[in-house]
Write a protein that binds this ligand. Structure first.
Ligand SMILES: NC(=O)C1=CN([C@@H]2O[C@H](COP(=O)(O)OP(=O)(O)OC[C@H]3O[C@@H](n4cnc5c(N)ncnc54)[C@H](O)[C@@H]3O)[C@@H](O)[C@H]2O)C=CC1
Ligand SMILES: O=C(O)[C@@H]1CCC=N1
Length: 270
C-alpha cells in the first residue's frame, strides 16, 4: 500500500518515522511539501519520495494523509480533488469535519478523521479516529495500521467525539509540559539546580503515569495513597483546591474543545 502525505511538517514526520520503523519500505511512502528547506530536511531524514506538489509525485498512492494546517486544508483538498477521487483520505487536521472534507471532494465517502499527538514522535502517541459510514473494514484497518505505527488508536463512533479527543490528547501534551514547567520552577525556587529539578519533575511524571497505567484503581485513590493525614501532600492538595486548580484545568480543556468546534464551524463556512 502506497501512502502520500500532503504537508510534511512535525506530525507527518512523526508518522513517517513510525511507519519506516515498522518496516514499511521507503519506496511506498511519499510527501508533497510546499517548503523547499523542509523538503531537503525530509529527504535527508527519511530518503523517501519527496515532491513540491501531489501532482509532481512519482508515486501513485492508495492512501492520502492530509497533514497541513486546518486553514490550508480546503485549498489543498480542492486543488487535488481529481487525484484524491476514490482514494482513502485520512485527515489529521484539528477541527475540520469529515463531512466537510467529503463535501469538498464531491461527496467522496472514503474519509477518515484522525487526531494524533506529538508523543507519536517516539512511538508513544495516542490517536482518536473516526470514519464516515462509507469507509470499509479494510480501509479502517489501514488507518489503524498507519496511526498504530506511532502509538495506540481509539475509534470513535460519533464524529463529535473527535473535538473532545483533540482537547484532551491532541492538545494534552502541552498541559503536561505546562505542569512540568511549574514543577521545575518550584524546584529551582526551592534551591535545586534546574537540571535536578528537571529530572525530579520528569521522573515523577513518568513514574506516576506508569503506576497509574499499571493499576486498576481510580486516579483519586492513587492520589489519596500519597496523601498522609497531617503530612506534606495534604498541604499541597489543600493549596491546589483553594486555588481551584482542578477547575482551571477542566476549563482549559473545555476552551480547547470549543476552539476545535469553532475551527470546524468557521472553516466549514469559508
Ligand atoms: N502539532 C500537534 O501537536 C498536532 C497537530 N495536528 C494537526 O496536524 C496538522 C499539521 O500540524 P503540524 O505538523 O504540527 O504542522 P506543521 O506546520 O509542522 O506542518 C504543516 C506542513 O504543511 C506544509 N504545507 C503547507 N501548505 C502546503 C501545501 N499546499 N502543500 C504541501 N504542503 C504544505 C507546510 O510547509 C508544513 O511543513 C494540523 O492540521 C494540526 O491541526 C494534529 C494533532 C497534533
Ligand atoms: O493546537 C492545535 O491546534 C493542534 C491540534 C492538537 C494539537 N495541536
Amino acid at each position: 500500500m502506497n501512502i502520500t502525505f500532503i504537508g510534511g511538517g512535525n506530525m507527518a514526520a512523526a508518522i513517517i518515522g513510525g511507519l519506516l520503523q515498522q518496516g514499511n519500505s521507503p519506496e511506498t511512502l511519499a510527501v508533497a511539501e510546499i517548503n523547499t528547506d523542509r523538503r531537503t530536511q525530509l529527504q535527508h531524514q527519511f530518503g523517501i519520495n519527496i515532491s513540491a506538489t501531489v501532482a509532481d509525485s512519482s508515486v501513485n498512492s492508495d492512501i492520502y494523509v492530509l497533514a497541513v494546517k486546518p486553514q490550508q486544508l480546503r485549498v489543498v483538498v480542492t486543488e487535488n480533488a481529481t487525484l484524491l477521487h476514490n482514494k482513502l483520505v485520512i485527515s489529521i487536521a484539528a477541527g475540520i469535519r469529515a463531512t466537510d472534507l467529503s463535501a469538498w471532494l464531491d461527496n467522496q465517502s472514503y474519509i477518515i478523521r484522525a487526531m494524533p499527538n506529538t508523543p507519536c514522535l517516539i512511538g508513544k502517541g495516542v490517536t482518536g479516529l473516526y470514519a464516515l459510514p462509507g469507509v470499509n473494514a479494510s480501509q479502517k484497518k489501514q488507518a489503524t495500521d498507519i496511526l498504530g505505527a506511532v502509538g495506540s488508536v481509539i475509534w470513535c463512533d460519533d464524529e463529535i467525539q473527535l473535538d473532545a479527543v483533540t482537547a484532551m490528547s491532541g492538545s494534552g501534551p502541552a498541559y503536561v509540559f505546562y505542569l512540568l514547567e511549574a514543577m521545575q520552577q518550584a524546584g529551582t525556587e526551592l534551591g535545586l539546580s534546574a537540571e535536578t529539578a528537571r529530572q525530579l519533575s520528569l521522573e515523577t511524571f513518568i513514574g506516576a503515569s506508569l503506576l497509574a497505567a499499571d493499576s486498576h484503581e481510580s486516579f483519586s485513590t492513587l492520589r489519596t495513597r500519597v496523601t498522609s493525614p497531617g503530612g506534606t501532600t495534604e498541604q499541597a492538595i489543600l493549596s491546589l483546591e483553594q486555588d481551584n486548580v482542578k477547575h482551571a484545568l477542566i476549563d482549559a480543556i473545555k476552551a480547547a474543545h470549543r476552539r476545535s468546534q469553532e475551527i470546524g464551524h468557521i472553516l466549514s463556512q469559508s
